[in-house]
Design a protein. Structure first.
Length: 306
């Protein structure tokens, strides 16, 4: 990316530092997700402080990066069309979540899965640039943040984490300390790592034993699948699991459009959204999600109902 490096991060923008780091990490392999991470940081930064000179300077440089990316990927409909971008970011976030969830349920506790849970929660933050989060995504975000903190603290204290959804208690997780020595979000400069600890008051306390969070089929492309060195935990390399392809709804074969069915503009928009979700899922070879969304679109178009 041709845009100039960002200046030092103002203290006021501490809350977006990890979104910017995630953007930098995804620049090469997931530029669309990287773009929206920066857009989220830009929008959030503007709400926090757009008047202080150092904040204005930072936001101006961040805007330059966004403009450079938009120019570079201007022919990508995930950049030019929000509905496609939303589907792309959501699919990647949930794949990251499901990778970590699979590892958790299998009892494979290591640094990569902790980071995957945490990154998934950051990417669900990013989805707010497209509008209000769905209840399901809001739950995934809370669960992922808590799991990252819970598993990290268990390993730190020499305890064995309990896999799967369990009752949640206050936990804190300092990602910066875990990644000490890694590159800063400001390319070309090395800066002291700032703490980003989740306070106990920010961790949800609801019990997740009754919430169905399905295990994932496989990790997204380029998701780390090997245990890094010096974690103190051993685990096997993850192999992609066979996908369970959902059966086609038999009712769709015989469904016929009733003469009185009239689709509204909202119906067409929803059908389009399902098709875009299916297309994005296929980029990750997720046939199950693609089939489910295509069936939803087909049912809506034929019957006028979801």
């Amino acid at each position: 990316m041709a845009a100039a490096a960002l200046p030092p991060l103002p203290p006021q923008f501490k809350s977006i530092q990890h979104h910017l780091r995630t953007a930098q990490e995804l620049d090469k392999r997931e530029p669309v997700v990287s773009y929206y991470c920066r857009l989220y940081a830009m929008q959030t930064g503007m709400k926090i402080d757009s008047k202080t000179p150092e904040c204005r300077k930072f936001l101006s440089k961040l805007m330059d990066q966004l403009e450079a990316m938009k120019k570079q990927f201007g022919d990508n409909e995930a950049i030019t069309q929000e509905i496609v971008g939303s589907a792309h970011v959501e699919n990647y976030a949930l794949k990251m979540f499901l990778y970590a969830d699979n590892e958790d349920r299998a009892g494979h506790f290591h640094k990569n899965m902790i980071k995957s849970f945490y990154t998934a929660s950051l990417l669900i933050d990013v989805l707010t640039v497209f509008g209000e989060l769905s209840e399901e995504n809001a739950q995934h975000r809370k669960y992922a943040r808590w799991k990252a903190a819970y598993i990290h603290n268990c390993l730190k204290n020499g305890e064995t984490p309990q896999p799967g959804p369990i009752g949640m208690e206050g936990e804190s997780f300092d990602l910066e300390k875990e990644e000490a020595g890694s590159s800063s979000v400001h390319s070309g400069t090395t800066q002291p790592a700032a703490s980003s600890t989740y306070e106990a008051s920010n961790i949800p306390t609801s019990n997740y034993t009754g919430i169905h969070i399905p295990p994932g089929a496989h990790a997204p492309a380029n998701t780390p699948a090997e245990v890094p060195h010096n974690t103190g935990v051993t685990s096997n390399t993850i192999q992609p699991a066979p996908q369970n392809i959902p059966l086609v709804d038999p009712s769709l074969y015989s469904a016929q459009s009733a003469g009185e069915v009239r689709l509204t503009p909202e119906d067409f928009a929803r059908a389009q959204k399902y098709c875009k979700y299916a297309g994005s899922a296929l980029q990750y070879e997720d046939v199950s999600t693609a089939v489910q969304n295509l069936q939803k679109a087909l049912k809506l178009l034929i019957t006028g109902r979801e």
